[in-house]
Structure formats: C-alpha cells, structure tokens
Design a protein around this ligand. Structure first.
Ligand SMILES: NC(=O)c1ccc[n+]([C@@H]2O[C@H](COP(=O)([O-])OP(=O)(O)OC[C@H]3O[C@@H](n4cnc5c(N)ncnc54)[C@H](OP(=O)(O)O)[C@@H]3O)[C@@H](O)[C@H]2O)c1
Length: 287
C-alpha cells in the first residue's frame, strides 16, 4: 500500500482528490488543510513528512487569486514559491515523490500555437511569476517530482468560473464575457483522476518532470460560458454578450492553450475533450 499525503486539501482540487480516492484501493491517503499543515512553516512541514514516511505528496495548496496577487505580491510568493521550496526540501530529504500543480500563466501568451513543456516561460502577472518561482525550487531541489501545469480549472466545488456563471444565471441576467483570451477549461475531477491513475500504476523514474495537463480542445471564456449555459438549460434566460475589451487588474496571456502531447505519449491515460468533460459533470450531478 502506497502512502499519499494531499496538502491544501480544502481547496477545489484537494476536494476533488478526496472524492476520487475510493477509485484507487491500493493507496492510503492523508489529507491536510492549511490549518492542519501550514506549508509556509518549514519546521512543521519537515517534521510532518519525516514522521509519516509518505511515498507521494500531492500538493494542492496555492495562492490562486490572480487579481489580488497583483497587490498581494508577498503573500502570493510566500505560498506559491517559499512554501513550495519548503515542501520540495522536506520531500527530497525524505525520499517522497512530490506531485505539484502549476499554471498556463507561466507563459506570456504570444505564441500562436499550443504551448509545449519546452517553450520559454515569461509570466506577465504576479500569480504566474510566483508559480514559476515555485517550479524552479522543485527543479533545483528534487529529482522525484511531477509538475502538472494546468489551466482554467473548474468543478462544482469552490470559487471558479463554472460555479460563478451558474450562480449568477438568474432570469434577466446579462453576462459580458471576453473573447480576447484562448485556453482550455479543465475539469478538476479529470486532473485528480489522471494523477491517481498514474501513481496507482508503476511510476518510472525516467518519467519525472514537467507535464502539461488540461482537457483537449480550446475555447475563449465566452465559448466556455456559452457551453455552461446551454448544458444547464439556462441559455434563454440570460443574455450573453461578447466582450473584446474586458478590463482586469492582472494581465492575462492571450493564448494559453497547452499541448498535451508529452502526457499523451508518456502515460497510457486518455484525456477527454473539454466539452465532453463539461457535459459529464452535468450528467454526474452538480453537488
Ligand atoms: N483554479 C485555476 O483556475 C487554476 C488554473 C491553473 C492552475 N491551478 C493550480 O492548480 C492547483 C489547485 O488549484 P485550486 O483551484 O484547487 O486552488 P484553491 O481552490 O484556491 O485551493 C488552494 C488551497 O490551498 C490552501 N492553502 C493556502 N495557503 C496554504 C498554506 N500556507 N498551507 C497549506 N495550504 C494552503 C488553501 O487553504 P485556505 O482556503 O484555507 O486558505 C486552499 O484550500 C494550484 O496549484 C493552482 O495554482 C489552478
């Protein structure tokens, strides 16, 4: 039985791991929230990892408020960079494989094609810079790691675009949604399932490294909103307007579609198309 620690367990992705854990009988899980294991405290993290002898640590903790990060730079770096350094150091010292999540926002969005793992990073906002700094610490301190860069994460849990659209889709509502950014919505349950399948089979050392994981296909935020409204049957109750000029505090990459070729050719798991996966979430029932 492999021992798995999931940190940042009360967040969106952490809770998806919790809901999916019964699908993998050969793993023994421990879930810790920020209150139970604050990753910014190196002594605490180091002792905890040392005491429990985990095979894997799946780090779902992060500072994810992209807008607020612009004015809370220190906090974003504390959680997305310094805390990741702590975890990487503790995992490396205790032979624990770290599975960490990063973001499409490490890229500047100027490429006119999907981004591969080899492409040059150049974050254009504080969140992206802080996440990239976390990646660098892992690469400096560890050999046994997987970093999954993902994008536009959503589920029926927590604060995300999907939940916001559904919550605000009341009769007469007007949505102004941008068409100026292209990326791929990613169902957080798919990502959790993908990682769990990967570690419940034999992980080969030659596979450690950075991977891109989002659902397949591409969309603008407008496309994503349109599909959510259609699948929820609310498309006739609200007015959806294309907006090319949406103002945000943090600059966002115009194109942040991630190429999944490396993951597809390395692991034998399929990756669903974003539309198919969104429909599946409705079929499974929104909690
Ligand atoms: N959401 C997206 O669209 C998106 C896109 C690309 C990549 N990602 C990456 O995917 C991963 C999962 O994101 P998510 O959407 O699940 O994020 P989330 O819902 O914001 O969850 C983050 C979790 O981290 C916890 N946390 C914060 N500071 C901590 C600390 N010092 N020690 C321990 N835990 C701490 C938070 O706890 P509290 O709530 O108690 O503060 C929260 O439960 C992150 O690495 C994120 O950067 C997300």
């Amino acid at each position: 039985m492999k021992k798995v620690l999931v940190t940042g367990a009360s967040g969106q992705l952490g809770q998806c791991f919790k809901k999916k854990m019964d699908h993998v009988p050969n793993l023994e899980f421990t879930f810790t929230t920020a209150d139970e294991l604050d990753l910014t405290l190196f002594g605490l993290v180091d002792t905890y990892i040392k005491d429990h002898n985990f095979d894997y640590c799946i780090n779902c903790a992060a500072y994810t408020n992209v807008e607020q990060a612009e004015t809370s730079r220190e906090m974003a770096f504390l959680i997305n960079s310094e805390a990741v350094r702590n975890l990487a150091q503790a995992c490396a010292e205790n032979n624990t494989c770290l599975i960490h999540f990063s973001t499409d926002y490490v890229f500047d969005g100027k490429k006119d094609a999907p981004y591969s793992e080899e492409d040059e990073t150049n974050p254009i906002n504080v969140y992206g810079s802080s996440k990239l700094s976390g990646e660098h610490y892992i690469q400096q301190k560890m050999e046994k790691y997987f970093i999954f860069r993902t994008s536009w994460l959503y589920s029926d849990i927590g604060h995300n675009f999907f939940n916001t659209i559904l919550k605000k889709a009341k009769p007469g509502a007007v949505f102004n949604i941008t068409t100026a950014q292209k990326g791929t919505p990613t169902n957080a349950y798919d990502l959790a399932e993908y990682v769990l399948r990967m570690i419940s089979s034999e992980v080969e050392e030659k596979h450690f490294g950075i991977y891109h994981y989002s659902n397949l296909g591409e969309a603008t935020w407008y496309d994503f909103a349109q599909e959510i409204l259609q699948l929820s049957g609310k498309q006739d109750e609200v007015k959806l307007i294309k907006n090319n000029d949406f103002e945000t505090v943090a600059e966002r990459p115009v194109n942040s579609v991630l190429s999944k070729e490396k993951a597809l050719s390395t692991f034998s798991e399929e990756i669903p198309h974003w539309k198919e996966s969104l429909a599946q979430l409705f079929k499974n029932g929104i909690s």
